[in-house]
Design a protein around this ligand. Structure first.
Ligand SMILES: Cc1cc2nc3c(=O)[nH]c(=O)nc-3n(C[C@H](O)[C@H](O)[C@H](O)COP(=O)(O)OP(=O)(O)OC[C@H]3O[C@@H](n4cnc5c(N)ncnc54)[C@H](O)[C@@H]3O)c2cc1C
Ligand code: FES
Length: 273
């Protein structure tokens, strides 16, 4: 068993250039014993390490063959360095860390994501859609800046074909080829069919302003606080609840989150912490 501070070596098995500033790295452990030691829950993250430092990145996918995927958008020094990793290079990681999404919901789910915020929800959507016993329906609302920055396109297109899912896409700026709507993703809430919002569970990850707007609109329709789950981003250092860098109110985003039941955070978010 590895401790939470010791990075494990991983090899870049494949690299996909998603957009001009975003790549997906398919990674595999270099030792069999480490691979068998590794299991994650949808919504958890790894601390990905390179020569420039380490940053939290959501686990966007995994396979039974033992690899898993991280989609990284370039923001600053570390993400830029990680994005340059090539097939065959070695990186290191610590994790998986944090609390994931609820996996045992039986009723309908509404998932609202923006941009790269869809990453931690990809394994969750697959979890529910691949469960033959799950009786609910998935409503997926996803917002992007424009078509050039449409990450995870293949996944959303595949889910559009599922009779257990309804996908509504929105771009802030529509181009001629764009087949979704133009505008804020939260405006698509009005395009949902008639639903019993009191029984619906909402899960969201993306810009905080988007999540707050979604919650406001949905609460007006009857969504209950206890049925809301959101994933938060904060600057992190240790990733395991020791340094205090990621604290919001009395909660550590790395350890008590990143996925939170909304009632735990409602007051801190309202205070703008
Ligand atoms: C749980 C979690 C999961 C994440 N998953 C992904 C993912 O799947 N893909 C992805 O591309 N990114 C993800 N991020 C964000 C990613 O960790 C940051 O983009 C990264 O830390 C930036 O590091 P950097 O050295 O490149 O930039 P820096 O030079 O450290 O940062 C550039 C600027 O962004 C700010 N910043 C950095 N990190 C954060 C943060 N976490 N929250 C708010 N502001 C920040 C800095 O203060 C600075 O102003 C996730 C973050 C968290 C907390
Ligand atoms: S990153 Fe250190 S406490 Fe969360």
């Amino acid at each position: 068993m590895m401790d939470s501070y010791t990075p494990r070596s991983v090899k870049v098995l494949e690299r996909f250039q998603e957009t001009a500033n975003t790549v997906t790295l398919r990674l595999g452990f270099t030792a069999t014993v480490q691979a068998s030691d590794y299991a994650f829950k949808p919504g958890q993250f790894n601390m990905l390490c390179c020569d420039e430092g380490e940053i939290p990145i959501s686990i966007a996918g995994a396979s039974e063959q033992g690899y898993f995927e991280h989609t990284i958008s370039i923001l600053g020094r570390v993400s830029q360095h990680l994005s340059l990793a090539q097939q065959g290079d070695y990186l290191a990681l610590r994790g998986p860390f944090g609390q994931g999404w609820p996996l045992d919901k039986s009723a309908d789910l509404l998932i609202i994501t923006g941009g790269i915020g869809a990453a931690p929800l990809l394994p969750l959507v697959n979890h529910y859609l691949s469960n033959p016993h799950w009786q609910g329906h998935l409503y997926l609302l996803h917002g992007i800046r424009d078509e050039e920055n449409f990450l995870f396109r293949k996944q959303f297109e595949a889910w559009q074909g599922s009779d257990k899912a309804t996908v509504l896409l929105s771009a802030n700026r529509a181009t001629d080829t764009w087949q979704g709507e133009e505008g804020l993703v939260t405006e698509r809430i009005n395009d949902l069919p008639h639903l019993d919002f009191k029984k619906l569970t909402m899960l969201s990850c993306g810009p905080e302003v988007m999540m707050k707007d979604a919650i406001k609109r949905l609460e007006e329709k009857g969504l209950q606080d206890e049925n809301i789950y959101i994933s938060l981003e904060r600057n992190m250092h240790c990733g395991i609840g020791h340094c205090g860098h990621c604290q919001i109110g009395g909660q550590f985003v790395c350890k008590n989150g990143p996925v939170f039941a909304y009632p735990k955070l409602k007051r801190s978010l309202q205070l703008g912490l």
